[in-house]
Design a protein around this ligand. Structure first.
Ligand SMILES: NC(=O)c1ccc[n+]([C@@H]2O[C@H](COP(=O)([O-])OP(=O)(O)OC[C@H]3O[C@@H](n4cnc5c(N)ncnc54)[C@H](OP(=O)(O)O)[C@@H]3O)[C@@H](O)[C@H]2O)c1
Length: 305
């Protein structure tokens, strides 16, 4: 099954992660496209997490900035800790209802300790820098990486990652400091294509965020297409026209095509799809299995290129 195909991250001591992972932003913080953005209640969050593991996904991505997310992971699945690779982030901090940035040595060290406590674990497999409005300054300063490396030496985290796009992502890859990069990528957003290839060459893992276009390649988009830019709306409706049939059905095919586009890239280790709905996990697994005729696939890829 494609969703459960294991991809190896060389720089993480050859850790294997399932192609489909779980983004745990939505279970901790209000998020998403359009309406229906409220985080789920406690019980549903627990179901999302357990359903992801029951379905066989073995990677969960969270962050100290995702409000209740780390705490809920600790509460509901810390007893299943050996079943998943745990990735979190530091640098952006939760202060409900908002967040703030502090990349200093002290703040990052404190944040890692706090994440360990909330997650109810002894070690976090991957700690990523959660870059904010001035990523260049964070990279130049070097304090954040120093704090992360010290936490690694102390056995609190196993590997280092960076969540960033574009030119600075390339710089992070070339720096040699990071074992994994988290980058945005999907059919409509291919800006990190060269970065994904470069990371692959160097054995660096790639976690894809916004793999579903933050809801663009899901039925959610049909609820409020007026929120899209004119260009994106045109591409969306061109795609649905090409696929044909009623839009509700066509959007399912478009989701499957977008997932196939990601699956066919060997540089992607895992796509950490976010959801607050337990049922969407197996739906996405099924969509990854859906076959699309090659001609249609190529036409849709062209529309979004
Ligand atoms: N700076 C950063 O480091 C950063 C930023 C953003 C995200 N992330 C990480 O990346 C993960 C994913 O990013 P993302 O959530 O922005 O984008 P995404 O995975 O592209 O899209 C998630 C959205 O798609 C919807 N969705 C998923 N499967 C669906 C299905 N089968 N049917 C209908 N809707 C579906 C979800 O809605 P429902 O909840 O209704 O299912 C959710 O709103 C996050 O959870 C987080 O871990 C990191």
């Amino acid at each position: 099954m494609r969703a459960l195909e294991k991809r190896t991250i060389e720089r993480m001591d050859h850790t294997q992660v399932t192609f489909l992972g779980l983004g745990a932003l939505e279970i901790g913080r209000n998020w998403g496209m359009g309406t229906d953005t409220e985080r789920p209640d406690e019980h549903t969050a627990g179901r999302v997490l357990n359903e992801a593991l029951d379905a066989g996904l073995n990677l969960i991505d969270t962050a100290s900035a995702y409000h209740r997310s780390e705490e809920r992971i600790g509460q509901f699945v810390s007893g299943r800790r050996n079943e998943f690779v745990l990735a979190s982030k530091c640098g952006e901090h939760s202060c409900e209802p908002g967040t703030y940035y502090d990349f200093s040595y002290e703040a990052v060290t404190r944040s890692i300790d706090e994440s360990l406590r909330k997650l109810r674990t002894d070690v976090i497999d991957l700690m990523q820098i959660h870059f904010g409005p001035d990523p260049e300054a964070v990279i130049r300063n070097g304090e954040t990486v120093r704090a992360m490396k010290d936490a690694q030496k102390a056995g609190k985290i196993r590997f280092l990652g960076a969540s960033i796009d574009g030119k600075l992502a390339e710089e992070c890859i070339r720096s040699g400091d990071f074992d994994v990069m988290q980058m945005a990528y999907n059919l409509s957003n291919r800006g990190n294509e060269a970065n994904i290839a470069l990371a692959r060459e160097r054995g660096i893992g790639v976690l894809v965020r916004c793999g579903m276009g933050n809801g663009l390649f899901t039925p959610r988009v049909l609820l409020s297409p007026d929120r899209l830019s004119e260009d994106v709306r045109r591409r969306l409706f061109d795609s649905l026209d090409q696929i044909g049939g009623d839009p509700e059905q066509a959007i399912q095919t478009l989701m499957a095509i977008n997932l196939r586009f990601l699956y066919e890239n060997p540089g992607i280790s895992s796509v950490i799809v976010g959801t607050k709905k337990p049922e969407n996990i197996r739906k996405n697994m099924a969509l990854l299995e859906q076959k699309t005729e090659d001609g249609l696939y190529a036409r849709i890829c062209r529309i979004w290129s």
